[in-house]
Design a protein around this ligand. Sequence first.
Ligand SMILES: [Ca+2]
Length: 148
Amino acid sequence: MTTAQDHQGGKAWGQLKRKQAEKIDEENQEIIREDIYVEVEDLEEKLESFKVKFIDFDVDDSGDLGIMDLKLMMEKLGQAKTHLELKKMIAEIDTNNSGTINYREFVSMMLGKKNSILKIILMFEEKAKANNDKPKGPPPKKTFDDLP
Ligand SMILES: [Ca+2]
């Protein structure tokens, strides 16, 4: 079956991911409307990046981050954790005690003041990435001091 949607994105980012992105877009709009994070700068931009992260981490497309999602994520980041550690990491963020991290919980983790392990790891990762993404451009001009 051919639909207009087939033109966007490849198979890799399949239908499920697209659905999830739409759902989270709506949720982001709601978060903005609710004015709970009025003091946060560039809220829209931040929510957009949380969306991308969350979908990326949700390997099984369940809409929640469970222990398996987190395990794979940590391995990808080179931070392999034990089952118990993963459980603890989730418990820090899982305010409704579902055993998983939903998008809202993810957002309040990222924007909240509490420093959970997962947040710290993600912050480090972001910093490392930002350093790698620095504009490469032409090398800095040499000064006389650099001459042999
Ligand atoms: Ca939860």
